[in-house]
Design a protein around this ligand. Structure first.
Ligand code: SR1
Ligand code: MG
Length: 418
């Protein structure tokens, strides 16, 4: 295979002009292709290539972290994990990810469906105060289906163990999460940044909070050791593309076998951050209805997730766990129900923990999100961030004492009102 070489707007047509999977979709006249680099994430190159018959996306990993530069090397194999995660997600939740046309391992590139306008990144839509009608259902279903069907509840054990081994090598991307998400926010780590000086006192308070740090480490342990299912691994609102009618999950390069609650917690954290940041975007109109919308989305996403997970539990529990011969076949319908309740309860408590940690790292760590970053008035931004940080602390530390999504949202509304 060819040695790796990063693509550029100038070289892409010449290098991929003979790739059948691409020419068959966008046209063979490569010299007429229009190529744009549109990557706005932290890690990779993303090109949109338009030909006379259509368009496609070419995503290529770089051997370093794009956000930081060559001083932070990162293996190209993340592209391999992204490709394999996408194929599994497509099988487990059909229609929820872009269609994959081609994967080139040595060039770390994936050619896939171009989600053309009006598709936008969900985070951008939420910052603009848009109310997408289908996201709760689509994302709730995606999470339940991928998390259930990637676990021992459903997969043949030999297949799951082989898959666990395959994804176990995604060490470097797990390492990013282990450090950036679970540890860095809670001490004076080199790459941290926060809105200063407005948040300095609160940041010091959080870093001195023993209960919080013990929980953060407990959650980190769950993340590292509880290889329950194949996770997306980075399911935030920047990893989702939407239109009014459609929702697609993208970018699963952080995929690995971890705790079910991680994807759910990261996702809901990003909805809560969207909620806390709305006041910072009121220059273009009142956001009270957007806040209500976001609260409804959070309630509905969790409800859809629970409902679909429970449905799959009843209809597709074909793995080695809680076999029907132990319960239903003996006329015991309550046994399986009790086990399901227990499982949903542990996903719930861990989800709250992961959500709180995700909120903290997006405000205190290296990788911030645009919800807060685009608030130009630094005092206003810090006020929104401080409320989110306090909320995050509450749901991490009190996660075993909070019993409903309504209770969590009531807390969010109370803190947001200030
Ligand atoms: C150095 S990578 C920073 C963040 O970007 C990715 O999207 C992940 O969220 C990661 O934590
Ligand atoms: Mg990403």
């Amino acid at each position: 295979s060819e040695p790796f070489e990063a693509l550029s707007v100038e070289t892409l047509a010449a290098r991929l002009g003979a790739t059948k999977a691409l020419t068959s979709r966008i046209g063979e006249n490569a010299s007429g292709w229009k190529v744009r680099e549109v990557g706005d994430g932290n890690l990779n190159l993303v090109f949109i290539v338009e030909g006379d018959k259509g368009a496609a996306v070419v995503k290529q990993a770089l051997p370093y972290v794009r956000l930081v530069g060559e001083s932070w090397p990162l293996p190209l194999k993340r592209s391999f994990f992204e490709y394999h995660a996408l194929t599994r997600q497509q099988a487990r939740a059909p229609g929820s990810v872009p269609e994959i046309y081609h994967f080139d391992e040595s060039q770390a590139l994936i050619i896939m469906e171009y989600l053309s306008p009006p598709h936008v990144i969900l985070r951008k839509a939420l910052i603009e105060g848009r109310q997408l009608p289908n996201i709760a259902t689509d994302i709730g279903l995606f999470m339940a289906r991928t998390l259930f069907r990637g676990s021992d509840l459903s997969m043949p054990t030999r297949e799951r163990k082989a898959d666990l081994a395959l994804f176990a090598d995604n060490v470097e991307l797990c390492d990013i999460t282990e450090n950036l998400v679970f540890s860095d926010p809670y001490f004076d780590a080199k790459m941290n940044r926060h809105t200063s000086p407005q948040l300095d006192a609160l940041v010091a308070e959080l870093r001195a909070d023993r209960d919080l740090k013990v929980e953060a480490q407990r959650l980190k342990h769950l993340f590292t050791a509880n290889a329950e299912t194949l996770l997306h691994g980075d399911l935030h609102s920047g990893s989702i593309m939407v239109t009014e009618a459609e929702t697609r999950m993208i970018d699963p390069e952080f995929a690995f076998y971890g705790p079910m609650a991680f994807d759910v917690g990261m996702l809901l954290a990003n909805f809560w951050m969207a909620f806390f940041s709305q006041r910072g975007h009121e220059h273009d109109g009142d956001r009270a209805t957007t806040r209500v919308y976001l609260i409804d989305v959070i309630v509905e996403t969790w409800a859809v997730f629970r409902r679909e997970f429970s449905h799959l539990w009843g209809t597709e529990r074909t793995g080695i766990l809680y076999q029907k011969s132990l319960f239903e076949d003996q006329g015991d319908t309550l046994g399986a129900e009790q086990a399901l309740d227990q499982m949903l309860y542990s996903i719930w408590t861990d989800m709250l923990g992961f959500a709180g940690i995700e909120i903290h790292r997006r405000i205190l760590g290296l990788a911030h999100n645009a919800d807060f970053e685009t608030i130009a008035d630094q005092d206003l931004r810090a006020t929104c961030e401080a409320k989110a940080l306090k909320f995050g602390r509450q749901i991490v530390v009190n996660r075993r004492r909070i019993h409903s999504i309504e209770e969590v949202n009531a807390l969010a509304v109370l803190i947001e009102k200030g």
